[in-house]
Design a protein around this ligand. Structure first.
Ligand code: TXA
Ligand code: MG
Length: 343
């Protein structure tokens, strides 16, 4: 398949592009679009065949449901029930933005059963990225969209990442800037109380408690017992992984440096810019996650790009300096741990 590359912001005739995209969605085509979190692989959520093609193009297990993206609240009203003050507060505070809510689906809402993989809940999100919003507004479709990567690879935060994974497999890629946030949205299960964070993201537990009060929300791990599975089916798979072996180093920084001095494999090392003078003599490929460990937003934005750059360099192993968990870096460490865990 020939993949068409479209750059909307550089184009002279936006109207023409939007009418073309509207036709494409009606025809069930697959279109990769930018969002503020990561690029998404979108298709008309009401069209069974189109949604099936999403799973095929990504090589995604069909029991892993998709998020429906929408432009305005009237669209949401037609597909889910959310008559609850807490949910309304979350919506008012965090949408449009990097928050996905799991809500009870309305009966016969027209959304393809393939989107929800048989569940009677539906994950929904109103993205804030300008291009994504324009596309949703002008085409007036509800878009089912997972991250636009091959299943198991790090999510795409740049046009080039989408091109690498999906060129030749999908109909269109919308070329745009690097994703602002760089990690996937916070997924909140609102079908129970306390609410549950099924996937941590830029919007933290503390952010949510700031709006709904303490005790209003828990992490998935806090309610998991041995026999239960994660709320978001996607969280059970090994994920976000580069080709190389990834090692999250738990000993001291000094110990790590002494190990890296001895390396005879082709090795990558992820650290902070403030360590530069301590690492620049090493015979390994060094990449900086951010200036220092306090720059969590910068780290989130860079992580997937760095993992993909190491793949390009074909390093065999990647070491990451010890990072202590804080309230702010939960999402970052969650993705790193997912990337190292074997199935
Ligand atoms: O930031 C994001 O959320 C990006 C952009 C493109 O919006 N999308 C994204 O989609 O990360 P995806 O498919 O890669 O991840 C969606 C996650 C998966 O872990 C999936 O299992 C979970 O949301 N999910 C979707 N629908 C669900 C439902 N009804 N119940 C529980 N979990 C659900
Ligand atoms: Mg994904």
């Amino acid at each position: 398949m020939e993949t068409e590359i479209i750059n909307i912001s550089k184009s002279e005739n936006k109207e023409e592009i939007y009418s073309k995209l509207t036709t494409y969605y009606k025809e069930g085509k697959l279109i990769a679009i930018p969002t503020e979190t990561v690029y998404g692989l979108s298709a008309n959520a009401m069209n069974d065949e189109a949604v099936s093609k999403i799973y095929e193009a990504k090589g995604r297990p069909s029991d892993n449901p998709l998020i429906v993206h929408f432009y305005e609240m009237s669209q949401l009203d037609s597909i889910v029930n959310y008559n609850d003050e807490n949910i309304k507060k979350l919506i008012n505070n965090f949408w449009p933005g990097p928050m996905t809510l799991i809500l009870n689906a309305k009966d016969n809402n027209g959304v393809s059963k393939k989107v929800t993989a048989g569940l009677n809940t539906l994950a929904v999100r109103m993205p804030s990225n300008i291009t994504a919003r324009e596309i949703l507004k002008e085409t007036e479709v509800l878009l089912a969209a997972p991250s636009a990567n091959t299943s198991g690879k790090p999510s795409p935060t740049k046009f080039e990442h989408v091109y690498h994974d999906l060129n030749g497999k999908i109909d269109v890629i919308i070329e745009d800037e690097q994703s602002d946030i760089g990690l996937e949205s916070t997924v909140i299960d609102c079908t129970r109380y306390p609410l549950v964070i099924a996937r941590p993201g830029e919007i933290t537990k503390e952010d949510i408690e700031g709006v709904l009060g303490e005790g209003s929300v828990k992490y998935n791990e806090e309610i998991l017992t041995k026999n239960t599975t994660p709320i978001a089916p996607g969280m059970k798979y090994r994920h976000y992984s580069p080709e190389a072996d990834l090692v999250l180093f738990n000993d001291s920084f000094e110990k790590l440096i002494s190990i890296l001095k001895e390396r005879d494999k082709k090795t990558g090392f992820i650290t902070y810019k403030e360590m530069e003078s301590e690492v620049d003599f090493l015979n390994v490929s060094v990449k900086y996650l951010a200036d220092n460990e306090k720059s969590v937003e910068q780290s989130n934005k860079n992580l997937y790009n760095i993992l993909r750059e190491f793949d390009e360099e074909e390093v065999e192993e990647i070491f990451i300096l010890p990072i202590e968990e804080t309230k702010e870096n939960k999402a970052l460490l969650n993705r790193l741990n997912k990337a190292i865990s074997k199935k």
